[in-house]
Every structure is written in C-alpha cells, then in structure tokens.
Design a protein around this ligand. Structure first.
Ligand SMILES: Nc1nc2c(ncn2[C@@H]2O[C@H](COP(=O)(O)OP(=O)(O)OP(=O)(O)O)[C@@H](O)[C@H]2O)c(=O)[nH]1
Ligand SMILES: [Mg+2]
Length: 340
C-alpha cells in the first residue's frame, strides 16, 4: 500500500528522542481536525462540513520554534518543504494527489512534557464512500504497533451509526492483547445539545457509555467536549481573525458557556488517577494563564476586548475551560507522564 511506508517510517522517529504518538480517529466530520486546531490555537488544518482530510497529517510538537514548518511526502520520499507553512498551503497539499502524508512541526504550548516528542496524527474519516483509500489508510495505521494513545471522537449529533460501530469494532480488534495503547473517547459537538429543552447531557453520556460497552469498551475514559467552541475561544485569545459566521457562533458560545450548566468538565468520566491529576493541571494552567494575561490585559488586549465588545481575557478563559479542552490536554499530558 503506497501510503503505509510514509506514515510508518515517519512514526519510527530517530534515536535521540522518543516519540509519543497520538492518533485522532473518528468517522467523517466528527471534528478531528477541529480538535487538533484547537490544541494548536489556530486553523492550520483544513476543516469543513463535508469529507475533508484526505491523508495523514502528523503534527509534531516543537516548542522551541515559533512558526510551523511543513513537509510533504509521497511513498516515504520528501517532495515539498515550507519553512513557514500557512493554512492555505496545508489545504493545497491536502488536495494534492501526488502527496500521501503531510508533516507539520511547531509549537503546541499546552502539550508539555520533558522526554517524549508528541505527534498528533489527524486521519481521514474512513467512511468516505467516494474514496475507499481513506478506509485502507485507517486500517493500515491501526496495524501499527507504536501508537501510544488513540483519541476516538464520537459526534453527539451522529450517535451510534453503523459506520461508527464498524470503526469501533476495528478499534476493539486492534486493542485485543495490546496493553501499550491507551484510548480516550471524546464526545464532541455537545454545544449542539439544547439543555433548555431537556436534552440532558448526563443522560446522553450514560447512553454513550452503554453504546461503548456494547462495542466492548467497558470502563471507558470519556471526555465531553465542544471542539469548535474551544477552537473559537483559543483563536480569539490568540488574536486570530474570525469569519463572519464564526463571529456569530463565537458570540453564541460566549453566551452559553458562561452558564454552569454548560460546564462540560463535570460530565466527563475519567478513572480516579487521571481525574485528580487533570484537575490539578487545569488549575495550574488557569493560574498561570490568568497571571500572564492579567499583565497583558493592562493595555493592548483590553483595547482589543473593547473593540470586540468582550469583557476581558479572563472571561474568555473561563468559558474556554468549560468546553472541556483543558481536560483533554491534561489527559494527553498525564498519559505521557505515566509512560515515562
Ligand atoms: N457545533 C459544532 N461543530 C463542530 C464541532 N467540532 C467540529 N465541528 C464542525 O464539524 C465539521 C467537520 O469538522 P472537521 O474537524 O473537519 O471534522 P473531521 O473529523 O476532521 O472530518 P474529516 O476530515 O472529513 O474526516 C466542521 O464544519 C466543524 O466546524 C463542535 O464541537 N461543535
Ligand atoms: Mg479532518
């Protein structure tokens, strides 16, 4: 299979640093690329409301550089390079059939660890009926032995479809007899639930838990998330521009995520060890971020905030935390620590 050699060789890494490989897996349009963009803090990966990602995009954390570098491969050979890659270029490479794998390298400020180099791997949704190659690619990456963590996204607006069951079965088969790979389930798009009309998040989480048990996952770690809201809050904090639709959505999210009923963290199911550590980490992050932002707040950002009609960055961070993204990043960081 043409694609396999590239991703296989990329994930081997070199001897100087251990790789920690995190595969983001889900059926089409569940929010894989959006989730990774919210960790990056800007829209580097293409994301659309239709089949989008067409190949593996590996993002390697390098907190020593400021800008993202990009490399494009075919059959294990590097064919293009860009030392300051922009979203448009990633999009172009994503559509280019002469490329089978993209590698981006740059800062992931919220993924912190001392020994391993973290790779987040965005994958194409395998249930694309117009492109069977996507399925082959996913089958192939699941056969790799050096995946440390698989983040499996479930789209709350597409619960328990036959495509999702099929992919969960595949995941279950891969994990049989494999103790090396952790799994984290993410229930995404929960901003779409209307809690006022009685769509209780708690009930839906229980339903998902039952669904996962039916597929062989008895004691899942499950984080409840809105990747899109996290993405928009982070972009605003990073002074990235928003499209007019995003602006409307941002205002809506700014409103609902101030409501404690939308504090998604409290719906997550995490085993005790993770739960405690992640809470500690989120608390530290808030303090640290709050301190820096307070300093910064004194001039420039308060001006920006005024123009945007927001209160201040602290208010945005409060809402960002409610989206569940700190928990997700905390989980990644803790699972690396436990491996070290
Ligand atoms: N409301 C809402 N929309 C979301 C959320 N996450 C992603 N989306 C939207 O869902 C659509 C698909 O998101 P992507 O990130 O491209 O999904 P994907 O899983 O990468 O899709 P493929 O690459 O095609 O497999 C986009 O329009 C996103 O804006 C979320 O948490 N809430
Ligand atoms: Mg995608």
């Amino acid at each position: 299979m043409e694609n396999s050699s590239t991703i296989r060789s990329l994930l081997k890494g070199n001897d100087s640093q251990v790789n920690y490989n995190v595969l983001v897996l889900a059926t089409m349009s569940s929010g894989k690329s959006t989730l990774i963009n919210s960790i990056i803090g800007k829209d580097l990966l293409p994301s659309e409301n239709r089949a989008c990602t067409s190949k593996f995009i590996r993002i390697t954390e390098d907190n020593e550089i400021e800008k993202f570098e990009g490399y494009a491969y075919y059959n294990g050979k590097s064919i293009f390079e860009d030392n300051e890659i922009k979203p448009d270029k990633v999009k172009e490479w994503n559509e280019d059939k002469s490329i089978d794998t993209i590698h981006l390298k740059g800062p992931l400020p919220f993924i912190k660890n001392s020994f391993s180099r973290v790779n987040l791997i965005d994958s194409p949704g395998p249930n694309n009926s117009r492109d069977r190659l996507h399925m082959e690619r996913v089958d192939d990456i699941l056969s790799l032995s050096n995946l440390n963590l698989i983040i499996y996204i479930i789209d709350v607006s597409q619960l328990a479809t036959s495509d999702d069951r099929e992919l969960l079965d595949k995941l279950n088969n891969k994990l049989k007899g494999n103790k090396k790979t952790d799994v984290l389930f993410v229930l995404n798009k929960t901003d779409k639930l209307d809690i006022e009309t009685g769509e209780d998040i708690k009930d839906i989480v229980l339903k998902v838990k039952k669904y996962l048990a039916e597929s062989g996952f008895e004691e899942p770690n499950l984080i409840v998330l809105s990747a899109y809201a996290a993405n928009l809050f982070r972009k605003v904090l990073n002074d990235e521009s928003l499209s007019s639709k995003e602006n409307i959505d941002y205002r809506f999210f700014y409103d609902i995520f101030s409501d404690q009923r939308y504090n998604l963290n409290k719906f997550s199911i995490l085993n005790n060890l993770f739960d405690k550590k992640i809470r500690e980490e989120a608390q530290n992050k808030k303090l640290k971020v709050g301190f820096l932002f307070n300093l910064f707040n004194s001039f420039l950002s308060s001006l920006v905030a005024k123009i945007r009609g927001e209160k201040n960055r602290k208010e945005i961070i409060f809402r960002l935390e409610n989206t569940g993204i700190f928990q997700l990043e905390g989980f990644i960081n803790q699972s690396i620590k436990l491996k070290e």
